[in-house]
Structure formats: structure tokens, C-alpha cells
Design a protein around this ligand. Sequence first.
Ligand SMILES: NC(=O)c1ccc[n+]([C@@H]2O[C@H](COP(=O)([O-])OP(=O)(O)OC[C@H]3O[C@@H](n4cnc5c(N)ncnc54)[C@H](OP(=O)(O)O)[C@@H]3O)[C@@H](O)[C@H]2O)c1
Length: 247
Amino acid sequence: MSVAWVTGASSGIGEALALRLARDGRRVVASARGAQALDALAAASDGSVAPLPLDVCDADACARAVAAIEEREGEIGLAVLNAGTHVPMSASDFSVATLQRLAEVNLFGVANCVEPLLARMAARRRGHLAIVASVAGYGGLPTAAAYGPTKAALINMAESLKLDCDRLGIRLQLVDPGFVRTPLTDRNEFPMPFLMPVDEAVDAFVAGLASDRFEIVFPRRFALLLKLLNLLPYPAYFALVRRMTGA
Ligand SMILES: NC(=O)c1ccc[n+]([C@@H]2O[C@H](COP(=O)([O-])OP(=O)(O)OC[C@H]3O[C@@H](n4cnc5c(N)ncnc54)[C@H](OP(=O)(O)O)[C@@H]3O)[C@@H](O)[C@H]2O)c1
């Protein structure tokens, strides 16, 4: 079986997914900046996860990583572009620097990996890309003035690439998690409806990867609720968001 590459695999969803794919018999390469955490993951997987430290903000390093994985481990059959981070931002602490930092990691960090992967996958007319965005990209939400736009951009980018990828023989999927208990959400001080344990999230993630759905969402009820919310006229949308978040 071809190798799976998971970015953002030193904690949370990426770490749990890398371990699950390895336990399911797949050879996995795990990337993040934290080399120690990746080594611990490799040890926990009895060697079926290979660590490859990487900062996804470094475009050249991403291109080199893709080349190195294919040289050492063989063809990347599945790439899960999951590295991301969250910093709350509202009107009272609006900062271009925060927006730039999140865009660098969440949006350009994914794009830096997509470019070398698409080139190789298109050339061989096969491959599977999963881009991790968020339900926070569906519409604007309080405190998400920096995070939300980066995830909205990823959703739009994946939608834009979908039909091209179909034509090129590449399976492209968009992953939109709701709230999953990870170090990222442990920092949140607001109530998180439908908060899901990471193992359940990974069950849904793996099932989604095996399906022919374009979008993988979990928990489903929360994603559906937010999709419906975004169909409403703005006065109703803002009234409901205010009621749900207390903003
Ligand atoms: N948890 C949720 O409720 C939720 C909801 C919607 C979407 N998501 C998305 O799901 C993905 C995973 O989130 P999580 O909750 O599992 O968060 P997490 O536990 O904080 O994990 C984030 C991962 O991304 C890596 N990362 C951050 N910056 C990086 C960089 N510059 N280069 C390479 N790796 C980097 C981190 O490792 P290092 O710090 O070691 O680099 C870590 O492995 C993110 O894209 C997040 O936006 C999560």
C-alpha cells in the first residue's frame, strides 16, 4: 500500500489519525515542527509511523519533504493536510499580524504542500488529498475574525480545485471538523456545542476518507446546523449567533 502523509501530526486530530492509519496497516509519515512529539508517536506506533519534522510555512521545506518521502518511502498515495492553529481575534484586539500568522500556517501552509503534491499526483494521474479546514469557515463567528477567513479560504480553494482534480484522476476531499477535544480547543474559554472526543472524530475521519464524499464533517449534526444557519438572511443569522454564543 502507498504511504500516507499527515501534517500537524504531533498532537490532536493529526496525531490520533496518524496512529489509526498505522494501526490499520498503512505506512505513515508524520510531520509537524515538534520533533520530540513525532519521535514519541513513532515509538507508540512500533515504527510504522516515520517522523519527518517540518514547518509548513517554509515552502521550500515542504517541496523537499514531499521529494524526500517519495524517495525514502515510495509514492504518497494519501496526504492529509491538517497542520493548523487557532488564535482568537475580535474587534477589540484586531491585528493584521495575527491574521497574517494564521494565514501563513492555515492557508499558505496547506498550499505549500498542495503545490508539490499536485504536480506529482497529476503526473501519475492518481492520488488522494484531504484538506482540513473547519466548520468555522462556513460563515463569520465571534472571535474568529482571523481563524475563520483562513478556513473559509481553504474551503473555497478545495471547491475550486475539485473538478480539476477529478479530471486529473486525483481524489480531493475537504474535511470540516466541528469542535473536537484537542490541545487547540483546550484553550477555548467559551462553550463548545457537540464537543467530540478525538477518537470518535478519527473514526468519522477514517470512514470519510474511505467514502466517495467530497466533504467529511464531524460531528454531523453541528455541521448541518451551521450550514442551515448560513442559509438564513443576515438579521436572523446574527440574532441566532448572538443567542448561541452570547456575543
Ligand atoms: N479541534 C477542533 O475542534 C478543530 C475544529 C475544526 C478544525 N480543526 C482543525 O484541525 C486541525 C488539527 O487541529 P487540532 O485540534 O488537532 O490542533 P492541535 O492539537 O493544536 O494540532 C495542530 C497540529 O498542527 C501542527 N502545526 C502547527 N503549526 C505548524 C507549522 N507551522 N508547521 C507544521 N505543523 C504545524 C502542530 O504541531 P507543532 O506545533 O509541533 O508544529 C500540531 O501537530 C487544524 O487545522 C485545525 O484548525 C480543529
